[in-house]
Design a protein around this ligand. Sequence first.
Ligand SMILES: Cc1cc2nc3c(=O)[nH]c(=O)nc-3n(C[C@H](O)[C@H](O)[C@H](O)COP(=O)(O)OP(=O)(O)OC[C@H]3O[C@@H](n4cnc5c(N)ncnc54)[C@H](O)[C@@H]3O)c2cc1C
Length: 460
Amino acid sequence: MKTLCWIRRDLRLHDNHALSQALKFGDTVVAFVFDQNILDKLKNKSDKRVTFIYESLLELDKELQKKGSSLVVRYGTPDEEIPEICKEFKINKVFTNKDYEPYAKKRDELVTKKLKTIGVEFESFKDSVFFEKQEVLTGSGAVYKVFTPYKNKWLEKFEAQDKVIPEFKCDLKKLHHFSNKQNIQEVDWYPLIGFKKDSSPLSGGTSQAFKLLENFEKHMSRYKEERDFPAVPGTSNLSVHIRFGTISLRDMIRAAISKKSEGASTWLSELIWRDFYQMILDTHPYIEKESFKREYDQIKWLGSDEHFQAWCEGRTGFPIVDAAMRCLNETGMMHNRLRMIVASFMCKILLIDWRKGEKYFAEKLLDFDLAANNGGWQWSSSSGCDAQPYFRIFNPYTQSEKFDAQGEFIKKWVPELANASSKEIHRPDGLLFSHYPRPIVSYEANRVRCLEMYSVIKKA
Ligand SMILES: Cc1cc2nc3c(=O)[nH]c(=O)nc-3n(C[C@H](O)[C@H](O)[C@H](O)COP(=O)(O)OP(=O)(O)OC[C@H]3O[C@@H](n4cnc5c(N)ncnc54)[C@H](O)[C@@H]3O)c2cc1C
């Protein structure tokens, strides 16, 4: 039997469920398709995520070559390319890991159908989440819609397994040996896929993921105290790696449970949030376009395109918001506290539909993940499954004072305020700092407008 392991958002050769299963049969080819359906939609042809993927594939191919094999890379639509690869290598069965996004589910259905016509089997495995939708259910067998009871049940199930997290061993000796003329080390794929290389603040590849994890382990115990302060390197920065699977979720959970500290438990909770949002997207795919709580789609958003543009470009006159947006535009990264501040600000102070901000984040974030991004936006706009109540409106000034007290983060991204004191920086005086934009709206007035705008929910 000859097998194909089709990697997508699991760009690694260790602890990979599909790969471990494929290798049990042996003679395994590993392939990646630069998916035209996804790439063609990316407006920025120097997208940092493409560079991240490319770097990860280069590292992966080097490892495969050490074992006498090589990564098969193609550009096109998977429903055409995967059957082609199968024909070329006389594959009997394709192994892959599950992806719960609506597009991915449709893609896999189509690929399965096409493979059937040429007599090739297709099987997918749980890998990117710890528990799937049917594994964590309420007493009456329903899926949870609120995080805390979900988390408690998740932990209960986890403890019942004696907290043992077996690794999916990948015996690379069983790879198919061949020489690859289209080798990714030799063929420059960037022009072929219509992209240019761009530097990314985080390099791709499993080795980089483990460096980050190792570094984070040194301060994981302080995570609870440090994770909310953007000027402090208190979080792991692993989101892009878990998004593309250069590290496994199990690697991260193993690291969390090996450390017995409050910080480690808090970090584990964040990984459970990730599972929660994946499960919510899997079971409620309509949230990709609509509010989880459907009555929130009755809101008539009052905000303007002009204000949206100012928000995107980091010139709202609210320093913490502008610093966060400028950081995102430049690096593709944004701290979690800042994501909450700018999302809440856009929906509840600029009165703009959450879908616009969600789309902007999807274009810019290095770690963009549909489930987590949608979850974060719907939490911030209050339309989500376990969201903050609609009348809770973050005050950007007090958030700034609390989480960037000295203005260290703001000063890094808003040079116009370099000379502001720690008192002035959160709400600068327009006369003293005339080169910095005046606030485009009044926080106090728009807070009131927001409550009026959201009042349709009470009526619904
Ligand atoms: C509006 C908004 C949009 C967001 N968009 C995304 C996104 O597109 N992709 C993304 O991975 N996260 C998103 N998040 C969640 C969170 O901001 C990031 O996961 C986190 O900032 C990544 O940094 P880190 O790796 O240092 O996280 P750490 O604090 O080290 O957390 C470890 C891991 O847990 C997961 N995680 C942490 N917080 C959350 C959360 N709230 N929801 C789901 N998973 C979480 C991530 O995989 C993260 O890498 C969003 C949050 C908000 C409020």
